[in-house]
Design a protein around this ligand. Structure first.
Ligand SMILES: Cc1cc2nc3c(=O)[nH]c(=O)nc-3n(C[C@H](O)[C@H](O)[C@H](O)COP(=O)(O)OP(=O)(O)OC[C@H]3O[C@@H](n4cnc5c(N)ncnc54)[C@H](O)[C@@H]3O)c2cc1C
Length: 378
C-alpha cells in the first residue's frame, strides 16, 4: 500500500485551494496525494467573492467590480464598495491554474480515482475502486450521501445561470447586480444576479433558498423572463450554462472529524449558512491548515476558524427565514437600505467587532428576529 503524509479527497474548490498551498517548498519533504473522480475541466461554476486584498488567485480573476447594485421593490441602490472589490473567477480557470501548480512539483501528485471508503482505524486508509492508500492526515472535501440534517436548520440554495451575449450594448461593464429581488418570490427567497464581463456579455444567474428543487425547464423560464422583461434583452445567445445546489445549514459538520480525518470545504461547514458564500472562507481555512501543519500541530485545530458567535447569528437568521417569521427579500432589502455594504461584507466575513454586530442587528425586522433569537436560546 502506498503511504502518504497527507491525502486530499476531492479536487474541487477546497481540495485544490489546500493542494496549491501544499505545493510550497515548505512542504517539499512531505508526500501528498490528491484523489479526484472527475477531470475538472468543465466550467461548472463561477466563484465570486469580495475582497480588500490581492490573493494568490489574482491572475485568474476574470472580472472585478467596485460598483454593485441591489434591487428590490423597497430598495434600489447602487454602491461604491471600496476598499472592497467584487471578483469573479471562472471554475475552469480555477481548476486549470491549481492543477498546473500541482503538476509542477514532485512532492504532490494527483490520481483520477473514485473513493469508495475511508477507514479510520489504527491505520488511516483511503480505498478507491482500484487501490488503497495510507496517510497520516486525510482532508475530505465531499459530502457523504447519508447525512441526517433533520435536527438542524437546513435549506438548499439552488442556482441556474447563463453566460449570455447580446447584439447591442446592454450592460454597464463596471457595475454588477449583486441581488435583484424583482422576480416572483413564490413564498421563497428568490433573487437574480447579473455579472457583466463587458457591455455585451454577462452571467445572469437565478438563486433560490428553498428545498423545492425546480426542473431545468422551470429555472430556464425564470431566467428567460428576467432577461426579456427586466433586462429588456430580446436578441441574445446563451454561451455557457451552470447550475448547482449547496446546503445552507447549521448542521455540525465537524462531528465527523477525527484525530486524523479533517473535513474541509462544504463537508467541513465552509459554506456560510446565511449566505452560501464559501470561496473566501475556504481560502482562509486553507491558510490556517498550512500554518498549523508547519507548526507541527494537528490540523484539526484549524476547525476553530469559524467562530461560535457567528454560528449563533447564522442559526437565528435561518430560523427567521425558514419558519416564515421574516421573508428573505424584506431582510436583505432592509440591510442594504440601512447599512453600508462594507459593514455587511465585514459581518459576513465574520470580522466585525461586537459594536458593529449591534449595528447589523438594527437592520432586519425586529420582532421576527427577537422571536427567532429566543427560540434558539431555548
Ligand atoms: C453553481 C454554483 C455557483 C457557486 N458560486 C459561488 C460563488 O460565487 N461564491 C462562493 O463563495 N461560492 C459559490 N458556490 C459555493 C461553493 O463555493 C462551491 O460549491 C464550491 O465548489 C465548494 O467547494 P468544495 O471543495 O467544498 O466542493 P466541490 O468543489 O464540489 O469539490 C468536491 C470534489 O470532490 C469530488 N468527489 C466527490 N465524491 C468523490 C469521490 N467519491 N471520489 C473522488 N472524488 C470525489 C468532486 O468531483 C469534486 O471535485 C457556488 C456553488 C455552485 C454549485
Amino acid at each position: 500500500m502506498e503511504k502518504y503524509d497527507y491525502i486530499i479527497c476531492g479536487a474541487g474548490l477546497a481540495g485544490l485551494s489546500l493542494a496549491y498551498r501544499l505545493c510550497s517548498p515548505d512542504f517539499a519533504s512531505k508526500r501528498i496525494l490528491l484523489l479526484e473522480k472527475d477531470d475538472k475541466v468543465i466550467n461548472d461554476r463561477t466563484f465570486c467573492h469580495w475582497s480588500k486584498e490581492t490573493s494568490i488567485y489574482e491572475d485568474i480573476v476574470s472580472k472585478k467590480w467596485s460598483q454593485l447594485r441591489f434591487r428590490s421593490l423597497s430598495c434600489q441602490r447602487s454602491f461604491d464598495i471600496e476598499p472592497y472589490t467584487y471578483k469573479m473567477i471562472r471554475g475552469d480557470d480555477f481548476y486549470a491554474w491549481n492543477l498546473k501548480k500541482v503538476n509542477s512539483v514532485s512532492h504532490v501528485s494527483i490520481k483520477k480515482e473514485n473513493i469508495v471508503n475511508i477507514e479510520d482505524d489504527d491505520q488511516i486508509v483511503v480505498h478507491t475502486e482500484n487501490a488503497s492508500y495510507q496517510a497520516d492526515y486525510i482532508f475530505k472535501t465531499y459530502l457523504d450521501a447519508n447525512l441526517d440534517f433533520s435536527k438542524s436548520h437546513y435549506v438548499s440554495q439552488h442556482f441556474m445561470g447563463w453566460f449570455i451575449q447580446t447584439e447591442e450594448d446592454k450592460f454597464l461593464e463596471n457595475e454588477a447586480t449583486f441581488m435583484d429581488f424583482n422576480i416572483p418570490q413564490k413564498g421563497e427567497t428568490r433573487f437574480m444576479y447579473v455579472l457583466p464581463t463587458n457591455n455585451k456579455t454577462a452571467l445572469v444567474e437565478l438563486a433560490i433558498f428553498s428545498n423545492a428543487i425546480l426542473s431545468v425547464r422551470e429555472y430556464e423560464t425564470i431566467l428567460k423572463n428576467y432577461i426579456e422583461e427586466n433586462l429588456n434583452i430580446n436578441a441574445y445567445q446563451v454561451l455557457e450554462k451552470e447550475k448547482g445546489i449547496i446546503p445552507m445549514t447549521t448542521y455540525d459538520f465537524n462531528q465527523h472529524d477525527s484525530k486524523n480525518i479533517i473535513h474541509i470545504g462544504t463537508a467541513g461547514g465552509s459554506v456560510k449558512p446565511s449566505s452560501g458564500f464559501a470561496f473566501s472562507r475556504i481560502q482562509e481555512h486553507s491558510d490556517l491548515i498550512c500554518k498549523i501543519l508547519l507548526e507541527g500541530k494537528n490540523p484539526l485545530l484549524a476547525q476553530n476558524l469559524f467562530k461560535s458567535r457567528y454560528k449563533k447569528y447564522d442559526k437565528i437568521f435561518l430560523n427567521a427565514i425558514l419558519t416564515d417569521k421574516a421573508n428573505g427579500e424584506n431582510v436583505f432589502s432592509r440591510m442594504f437600505n440601512k447599512l453600508p455594504p462594507q459593514l455587511i461584507f465585514k459581518f459576513l466575513d465574520e470580522k466585525t467587532s461586537f459594536n458593529e454586530d449591534l449595528k447589523m442587528f438594527t437592520a432586519p425586522p425586529t420582532l421576527p428576529f427577537i422571536r427567532a433569537f429566543f427560540e434558539e436560546l431555548v
